[in-house]
Design a binder for this molecule. Structure first.
Ligand SMILES: [Zn+2]
Length: 242
C-alpha cells in the first residue's frame, strides 16, 4: 500500500492557519490543490516528486493552491513537464493566469504544463492508471479511480451522490464528508455528503478502508470497515515526513 499524505482536509473558508484546504498526495500524484498546500509540499520535500495533478472541480478550496504550486515549481527550477488533469474551465483560468504575467513554462529548465481537460480522463502515472468519473456536485466534479496491481483507490472530490462509483469494487475510499448527519439537508443542498452517507457508500463498494475527507466542522476520521463493527478514530498525523 503506497503512503497516502493528507496535505489538507478543510472545506469552505479558513478556520485558522492549521487546517489547509483539500489536497491528497499519493506516490507522485496530487489530487486537488487547495489553499496553503504548497508550503506543506515544500515541508515534506514532495514538490519535485509530483508527476501529475488531478483536479476534481474548480471550487477554490480544491484549486487555489495550484497557482502557488506552479510558481514554486518555476522558482525551484523544475526540470520536467507537469501534467494537469481537470474538468473544463481550468484552461481559461490558466490562460488568464498566464496572460497576467505568470509563467506556465520555463524553457531554460525544461518545465512546462501539459493540461488535459476532460470529464472522463484516463492517465498513466508510473505503475498507476487513473480514470475520471463524473460525480454529482453543484458544479462539474470528477472523482478519480486509481488502479495498481490488484488494488483500487478512489478519491471523490465533492459529491452529494456518488452513484457512478457503485459499479466499481474499491479497496480504499477517500470520500468527502463535509457535514455530519445533523446537517444532512444542508449537505444535499450544497452538493455534499454526510459522514454516514460516505460510510454507506464505502460498504456498497466493499471498501476495506474509508478515509472521510473534507470537513467543515470535524477532524478527519478513519473508519475501518468489514470488521463486523465500525470504528472511528483520528488518523495518524495527516502528513508524515518521508
Ligand atoms: Zn465543491
Amino acid at each position: 500500500m503506497p503512503r497516502i499524505v493528507f496535505l489538507g482536509t478543510g472545506a469552505g473558508g479558513f478556520k485558522g492557519s492549521g487546517r489547509l484546504k483539500s489536497s491528497v498526495y499519493l506516490d507522485g500524484m496530487l489530487f486537488d490543490c487547495g489553499a496553503g498546500v504548497t508550503g506543506r509540499l515544500e515541508d515534506l520535500d514532495l514538490l519535485d516528486k509530483i508527476d501529475a495533478v488531478f483536479i476534481t472541480h474548480l471550487h477554490s478550496d480544491h484549486l487555489s493552491g495550484l497557482y502557488d504550486t506552479l510558481v514554486s515549481m518555476v522558482v525551484e527550477r523544475r526540470s520536467r513537464p507537469l501534467n494537469i488533469y481537470a474538468p473544463p474551465g481550468l484552461s481559461s483560468l490558466l490562460n488568464t493566469y498566464s496572460s497576467l504575467g505568470n509563467k506556465l513554462s520555463s524553457p531554460e529548465t525544461g518545465f512546462s504544463v501539459n493540461l488535459f481537460v476532460s470529464l472522463s480522463t484516463t492517465a498513466r502515472v508510473g505503475e498507476y492508471t487513473v480514470e475520471g468519473v463524473v460525480l454529482d456536485h453543484v458544479v462539474a466534479n470528477v472523482g478519480y479511480i486509481v488502479r495498481w496491481s490488484d488494488r483500487v483507490l478512489v478519491y471523490t472530490g465533492d459529491t452529494r451522490e456518488p452513484s457512478n462509483l457503485l459499479k466499481h469494487k474499491v479497496d480504499y475510499l477517500i470520500h468527502e464528508a463535509t457535514f455530519t448527519e445533523r446537517f444532512k439537508d444542508v449537505a444535499k443542498r450544497y452538493g455534499h455528503t454526510t459522514a454516514l452517507e460516505a460510510a454507506k457508500t464505502a460498504e456498497a463498494v466493499g471498501a476495506k478502508k474509508l478515509f472521510n475527507n473534507t470537513h467543515k466542522r470535524i477532524g478527519a476520521t478513519q473508519l475501518k470497515l468489514n470488521s463486523g463493527k465500525r470504528r472511528a478514530s483520528t488518523p495518524k498525523p495527516l502528513c508524515q515526513k518521508t
